[in-house]
Design a protein around this ligand. Structure first.
Ligand code: CAA
Length: 285
């Protein structure tokens, strides 16, 4: 019988974590958000308040609905608070060892039927699964940025995932109004494997001063109908995240398409990570 998922946990309240919390709370779920860094927890809460505030201003939510939505979210610094969750999604930065530690810890606190998901975009879900006592109940649940807007959720099955777990996660994603697709455990899954060769090429064209950033972006927006150009998209994703994704895909495939252009490392060293630091290819207020 399908699991009933009413209470969910999210670990990490960065850009993706906060977006995923918003998706869950908007769909009436009780959300326990754990962020071990208290400062990041406060930033995450501010992000959620700002996003619901915008929805009120645009007439998408009433003030009462926004208050109820925020009331369904509990922010904590203790992993043990995840105990009541029927499904937990980890959304911390792309570091395998840190993610594996979280999986091993959460595994000890939640019920044995709870599904553990990673929002990783390129790391091995199998490696995370085997760090728990429930490898059959560990999957990838990969959301896209901004999570409240993008409909795709990549559901990643490993060679040991139990089939009913995949069915339940797909049904759960459907219930959130998302479009789930199921794939095997390979770096990049579907969307990033196709997208990041293109983004890397755009960064190369920019670094070679082949065209201005505005013209590169205009080329894809107005020539191909993309909602944003590649450099603006890299700023949205974050150059550090983009670099990690390219590196991981390159390590796995040795396909030069994914060898990160040196401009990524240079910009990261200079602190130009994109929107989150106020400057990347573009400068933000
Ligand atoms: N959180 C919540 N809602 C947001 C949001 C955010 N961060 N950003 C935008 N929105 C909402 C707005 O509130 C608005 O909602 P309504 O229509 O209900 O009023 C809607 O999205 C459209 O927003 P805007 O009018 O402000 O802007 P826009 O029409 O230019 O759209 C965009 C902005 C949604 C970001 C759009 O440009 C877009 O889809 N860009 C492409 C993004 C993309 O490719 N994402 C995938 C990145 S790859 C990835 O995430 C994978 C990985 O592993 C790194």
């Amino acid at each position: 019988m399908a699991r009933e998922i009413r209470t969910v946990g999210v670990v990490g309240l960065g850009t993706m974590g906060a977006g995923i919390v918003e998706v869950f709370a908007r769909n009436g779920l009780e959300v326990i958000a754990v962020e071990v860094d208290a400062g990041a927890g406060e930033r995450g809460k501010a992000h959620l308040a700002a996003s619901t505030g915008r929805a009120v201003q645009r007439g998408k939510l009433t003030q009462e609905q926004a208050d109820e939505l925020l009331g369904r979210i509990t922010v904590s610094t203790a992993m043990s608070d995840l105990a009541p969750a029927q499904l937990v999604v980890e959304a911390i930065p792309e570091n395998l060892e840190a993610k594996a530690e979280i999986f091993a810890t959460v595994d000890g606190f939640v019920s044995e039927d709870t599904i553990l998901c990673s929002n990783t975009s390129s790391l091995s879900v199998t490696e995370l699964a085997v760090r728990t006592k429930r490898p059959g109940k560990v999957v990838g649940m990969h959301f896209f940025n901004p999570a409240p807007v993008q409909k795709l959720v990549e559901v990643v099955r490993t060679v040991v995932t139990e089939p009913d777990v995949i069915d339940d996660v797909k049904a759960f994603a459907d219930s959130l109004g998302k479009v789930p697709v199921v794939i095997g455990d390979r770096a990049g899954f579907i969307a990033n494997a196709l997208l990041f060769g293109y983004l890397n090429h755009a960064a190369k064209m920019y670094a070679e001063r082949y065209a201005s950033r505005e013209d590169l972006d205009a080329g894809m927006r107005y020539g191909c109908g993309y909602p944003m150009g590649p450099l603006a998209l890299l700023d949205l994703i974050g150059l550090d995240t983009a670099y990690e994704i390219l590196e991981t895909m390159y390590r796995e495939s040795r396909n030069l398409l994914h060898a990160p252009n040196p401009v990524f490392k240079q910009m990261i060293t200079a602190g130009l990570l994109g929107r989150k630091t106020g400057r990347g290819f573009y400068t933000y207020e």
